[in-house]
Design a protein around this ligand. Structure first.
Ligand code: GDP
Length: 430
């Protein structure tokens, strides 16, 4: 049984908590895309963690965690994160790192940083973790795989070829010093020893697990809007954020994914450049209030600390986000956050000149879209930590019913707080 847990929106939907819950019931948890550029927040008996690269199953001794071939592997960050979780008392996790994953190099981080500086006001708001240059190199076939670390002549040859190109770019486009192959070799060989115990053939392992009917969880990062093909290009990330990419980035057979759990928040948030279209955005004092009340510590990036832009629930974007994920069920998070409002607007359409649409358009059209809101009554009550769905205030349940109707996918879980047990299970109306 393969399940995927993915985001319907811009990321930060609260996947960490739902993933943590599902990880407990899984045998294998796999990261299949992205790198250490985004983070999950997990609060459990060991404390509060912002995981960036480690799969969420690391807290459970019965779970085998896999860093799949689709991930951008930053070995230094992986080693640091392993040390951090061990320092917080978590037992050494079962972890396999794909020998086919590619390495995120120090020069990817430099390139990302130089390019954002060069773009100035046109910058994408990158986290400068090297993700875009990493995936560019993968598709340009100049990337270096984990397996190359164990064949030093091959590693040196591939590194020399990659550095030759980087140094032309660094010296002549960015007017920055070049990088040195010998120094990089030393760095890589030191880090290799830290990851060596974990490296393995994850493709064979995953297929074997599926044959043995194990419960496998694909853990997505970011959300549909950030997918480079189906998201808001080019304000996207550089790897696919869709459950379907698990078939490539984790080598799952396409027919094996049976359940796609899409996470969405009861309001919207978007991290990235201020030039990104964000139709249902709330600005000014109302926006500041929602941002400060959002999540468990306000809406500020788990990796960057940057304030996130916030907005009302965008039913147009979320319906599309669930559709492209192939969602079979939805987990709605942060319903508790909205308890202070008299009335709650929901974006139910985009006005495009004289027309109102409820399908999600391409970026140039999205930039022109104006939100059409339907306003629902608030419940004016603190529901934090409630677990009995039927005992939630009528208006809170009516709000959830309305969202479910609009997005067209059963909402089965409603999260009422950041902690694992703060979850109300709901019988869908669809
Ligand atoms: P991810 O990027 O989707 O993994 O997002 P995170 O897991 O980092 O979640 C964003 C924030 O929302 C974190 O601070 C969580 O602790 C918090 N959070 C998750 N679910 C809830 C919820 O139901 N209510 C509240 N108040 N906070 C939540």
């Amino acid at each position: 049984m393969v399940k995927a847990i993915v985001g319907a929106n811009w990321g930060d939907e609260g996947k960490g908590k739902v993933t943590d819950m599902l990880a407990r019931q899984s045998d294998v948890v796999i990261r299949f895309q992205g790198g250490a550029n985004a983070g999950h927040t997990i609060i459990n008996d060991y404390g509060r963690f912002a995981l960036h690269i480690l799969p969420s199953g690391i807290f459970y001794p019965h779970v085998t965690n896999v860093i799949g071939n689709g991930v951008a592997l930053d070995m230094a960050k992986l080693a640091d994160e392993l040390e951090q979780v061990e320092a917080q008392g978590v037992p050494a996790p079962r972890l396999i790192v794909s020998d086919r994953a590619q390495l995120l190099m120090p020069y990817h981080v430099l390139q990302d940083t130089y390019e954002e500086a060069r773009l100035g006001g046109r910058a994408f708001g990158s986290t400068k973790s090297g993700i875009a240059p990493f995936y560019s190199d993968k598709y340009a076939k100049t990337g270096i795989q984990v397996c190359d670390l164990f064949d030093e002549p091959r590693l040196r040859e591939r590194l020399t070829a990659a550095v030759e190109l980087k140094n032309v770019l660094f010296n002549h486009l960015y007017h920055q010093p070049g990088v040195d192959v010998d120094q990089l070799m030393d760095q890589l060989l030191t880090l290799r020893e830290r990851v060596r115990p974990f490296v393995g053939d994850t493709v064979t392992f995953v297929h074997q697990a599926i044959r043995e009917n194990k419960t496998v969880l694909l853990e997505g990062q970011l959300g549909s809007m950030k997918d480079p093909d189906l998201g808001i290009f080019p304000m996207t990330t550089s790897s696919h954020t869709l459950a379907g990419y698990g078939c490539v980035g984790a080598s799952i057979p396409p027919t094996a994914i049976q359940d796609v759990i899409c996470v969405t928040k009861a309001y919207s948030s978007c991290v990235g450049s201020s030039t990104e279209p964000f139709v249902s955005e709330v600005t000014g004092q109302a926006g500041d209030e929602l941002r400060c009340r959002g999540g468990d510590r306000g809406e500020f990036g788990a990796t960057t600390g940057r304030p996130r832009r916030v907005g009302w629930f965008d039913a147009v974007a979320t319906k599309y986000g669930c559709m492209v994920q192939g969602a079979t069920q939805v987990a709605l998070t942060c319903l508790d956050v909205l308890g202070y409002l008299d009335e709650i607007p929901v974006c139910t359409g985009y006005q495009m000149g004289a027309d109102t649409i409820d399908t999600f358009p391409t970026t140039p059209a999205l930039l022109r879209a104006k939100p059409v809101f339907t306003t629902l009554p608030g419940w004016k009550q603190d529901i934090r930590g409630r677990t009995d769905y039927s005992a939630l205030p009528d208006n809170a349940r009516a709000y959830v019913d309305f969202l479910e109707q609009r997005i067209g996918v059963p909402i089965t879980m409603v999260s009422t707080g950041p902690k694992r047990e703060e979850m109300a299970y709901r019988t869908p109306n669809l």
